[in-house]
Design a protein around this ligand. Structure first.
Ligand code: CU
Length: 482
């Protein structure tokens, strides 16, 4: 099939191929650049410039900004000086958060959420094979590879873009982590969680692991994350970056196109204009308020602050599969019967927290998961991410395979504050305040297959379910009140 590509993507593809032909010891090679983020080796080597990506901490945004800035300079240099191309190449951003006509299900919106065609085509536009932007399964999930759009509820950045502050959990840019890089012990900030982590999980394969920059789409994904940071600051809502010297003064060191070390403080990384670039738009694709569920909050009884109490927990790991399943939670015998309904009352300060620990997999599960509270696993209508049962997503980014020690070998931890959810379930009469509402986990379905009979047949043939060897699982789940 003959296709035309945007010249920016065509030059990008040529540069990627060129960089892939360079030795790994060359800082401008494809592999060196990816290794900065994370090595593929089972036991990462001792190069201190590699395996440095910070996730779950307040350096996530500035570090990745410097990373893609230096990468862009290297690609531009390769295009200009090694391929005789233009001297003004710029890294494009993949605007998967773009919505047209206010409708995330419009054909144009769906198109934005498919992996761009140049990345899905095994061939170059002239039909020659060996397109370096293309990766096949299992290096990408079947759904992403075939052009099924990522779900809007996984990428809508609304919650992050509305966060009033940069620092904290849950806030825009994650928690204070002092003056050193934290790899993945911390909690992701809101933007890092969604769309960042969930988009990594949707593309799957290489993108769900720390050597994800080996997939050429990584850089366009991070350009969009970087753009959303710029948009959050530009939104006229008084949003501010940290003013702490531990953040401002930290130096992020990378290599320039000549292979020399260059350092950027977070302070310097705050303004993309000062760094020499601007985004086409910082108002397009910045999130949509999810539809409100009209629930009148009725005051229920309650008596002030409750002590921290474990209400229920699992007694062992839970294997996740292709179907919705109920996590077997055992009520804590010593817990007060009133602890949970008190937390679910709008009259008390108490909160109900669901903690999902030890989320990991042996190979890319090729899907994210959705978590519901109070839902019935065999009722599809309950498993609606816009309904009252939905509490959030799980992903496996950085918790896949053996090489996860560097980034939390015990798997990822997700904390969901389900206080308002429980309140709503009571008011809707779904939960009467007695017992433990069910916790249901199910793979996140993808959007419709792309147009075209052939694409649709291929899509149906490749059911988007986790491969058996991936063994996605949860270590433990606990429900506490505070
Ligand atoms: Cu990333």
């Amino acid at each position: 099939m003959t296709d035309t590509w945007d010249p920016q993507l065509l030059w990008y593809a040529r540069a990627v191929r060129r960089m892939q032909s360079k030795r790994e010891s060359d800082p401008s090679s494809w592999l060196w650049q990816a290794n900065i983020h994370g090595e593929k080796a089972e036991a990462p080597g001792p190069n201190p410039e590699w395996n440095n990506c910070p996730h779950g901490g307040w350096f996530f945004l500035p570090w990745h900004r410097a990373y893609i800035l230096c990468f862009e300079e290297i690609v531009r240099d390769v295009i200009q000086n090694e391929l005789d191309g233009p001297d003004d190449w710029a890294l494009p951003y993949w605007n998967y958060t773009r919505v047209t006509n206010g409708d995330p299900d419009s054909p144009e919106s769906l198109e934005c959420r498919r992996l761009p065609r140049a990345f899905r085509s095994p061939t170059w536009p002239d039909d020659d094979g060996d397109n370096p932007l293309y990766l096949a399964e299992p290096d990408r999930s079947p759904g992403a590879a075939l052009g099924a759009p990522v779900g809007w509820t996984e990428v809508n950045p609304h919650k992050a873009m509305q966060a009033p502050r940069f620092t904290g959990v849950p806030q825009f840019g994650s928690e204070y982590t002092g003056s050193h890089l934290v790899h993945s012990n911390g909690q992701s900030g809101l933007l890092e969680m969604q769309p960042h982590n969930l988009l990594h999980g949707y593309v799957g394969g290489v993108m769900s692991q720390f050597f994800s920059p080996r997939d050429p789409i990584f850089w366009l994904h991070h350009a969009n994350i970087d753009r959303l940071w710029a948009a959050w600051i530009a939104s006229n809502s008084g949003h501010k970056n940290p003013t702490d010297q531990d953040w401002l003064g930290f130096t992020h060191t990378f290599r320039d196109a000549q292979g020399n070390k260059v350092g950027f403080t977070s302070e310097k990384l705050q303004s993309e204009e000062a760094l020499g670039y601007v985004y086409e738009s910082v108002t397009d694709g910045i999130g949509l308020k999810p539809p409100e569920r009209l629930v009148a909050l009725v005051a229920a009884g309650g008596d002030g602050d409750a002590p921290v109490e474990q209400v229920a927990s699992t007694s062992g790991p839970t294997d996740l599969g292709p179907e919705a399943l109920t996590v077997p939670l055992n009520p804590e015998p010593s817990a007060r019967a009133g602890a949970l309904p008190e937390a679910a009352s709008p009259d008390t300060e108490a909160r109900a927290i669901l903690t999902v620990d030890g989320v990991r997999a042996d190979a890319p599960p090729q899907t994210n998961y959705r978590v519901f509270v109070g839902a019935r696993p065999d009722h599809e209508e309950d498993l609606d991410p816009e309904g009252p049962y939905f509490i959030g997503h799980l992903h496996f980014f950085g918790a896949v395979g053996a090489n996860t020690e560097h980034h939390g070998g015990e798997g990822l931890t997700f904390k969901f504050d389900i206080t308002e959810h429980l309140t709503e379930l009571r008011q809707l009469g779904i939960w009467n305040g007695e017992g433990i509402p069910s916790v249901v986990v199910t793979p996140a379905p993808l959007g419709p297959p792309p147009p075209g009979a052939e694409a649709q047949a291929a899509f149906r043939a490749a059911a988007p379910t986790p491969p058996p060897e991936s063994r996605p699982r949860i270590g433990s789940v606990s429900l506490t009140t505070t």
